[in-house]
Unconditional design. Structure first.
Length: 251
């Protein structure tokens, strides 16, 4: 379990420290199911709940590595973590930032039925760059996961994020924003990609503040409730504020 804390909000990464995937932008170590490197701590959901309560959090983000080695993608464990946080801290808002569960919509439903308030799944980049950035993911599948989330729980705030500076063109980012809006996503977050280690993809470009503003304006013009766009914006960056403002916004 990893956690990150600020302003009464914290992000917990569950399901282990190793990922079954190897996204080009991510520094989480990749493990091998063949070498039996993966574990699952059955006490993790309760421990996350207890820690969230001890920290008196107002906003809890629960995210996870991809666990393609598990038949349910780790969704049962994920759902139990949501329930334990909810039980330990009934007043807190809970955001789930989930993997794509290989497009298994029953797994997505399992997590959403546990009662989070915000459903986040990141597209990360434009479809042309998926082969380098998210080689084991599928653009259409991620859009379908997001759209399913909204249809399954229309009361949920849905959210997705992408990085820029990986070689995308502005027209491609606008196209991605249109796809997200058509998939009924309420909130988009757009931030500058920064290379976390020398083994990760290099930065292609540092996007100008004016371009970030243009992305925000474009997103709002096509109907997003909220677009957070800026060099330092991250998926869970001020998640409580994003949630607060988007909930108050009118479409
Ligand atoms: S699936 Fe998530 S945790 Fe795994 S490598 Fe990709 S971004 Fe990192």
């Amino acid at each position: 379990m990893h956690e990150c804390f600020s302003r009464g909000a914290a992000t917990f990464m569950i399901l282990g420290n190793l990922c079954t995937r190897g996204c080009g932008f991510c520094s989480v170590p990749k493990g091998s199911p063949r070498k039996k490197e993966f574990t699952l701590d059955p006490s993790e959901p309760e421990n996350v709940g207890r820690m969230a309560a001890q920290m008196k959090l107002r906003y809890v983000v629960i995210t996870a590595v991809n666990r393609d080695d598990l038949p349910d993608g780790g969704s049962t464990h994920f759902a139990e973590t949501v329930r334990q946080v909810s039980k330990a801290l009934p007043q807190a808002r809970i955001e789930v930032l989930t993997p794509d569960f290989c497009g298994d919509l029953d797994a997505v439903a399992r997590v959403l039925d546990a009662g989070p308030h915000v459903f986040n799944h990141n597209m990360e980049t434009i479809p042309r760059l998926y082969g380098r950035v998210r080689p084991q993911a599928n653009y259409r599948q991620s859009l379908d996961v997001l759209q399913f989330g909204k249809r399954h729980r229309p009361d949920l705030l849905t959210k997705s994020g992408l990085m820029v500076g990986l070689g995308e063109r502005p027209a491609e980012v606008e196209s991605l924003l249109r796809d997200l809006h058509e998939a009924d996503v309420d909130v988009a977050t757009i931030g500058q990609y920064l290379q976390p280690t020398r083994r990760n993809l290099p930065v292609s470009e540092y996007v100008t503040p004016a371009q970030f503003d243009a992305y925000r304006e474009y997103g709002l013009s096509i109907g997003f409730k909220m677009v957070f766009s800026g060099p330092l914006v991250r998926s869970s960056y001020m998640a409580d504020l994003v949630n607060e403002q988007a909930s108050q916004a009118t479409v």
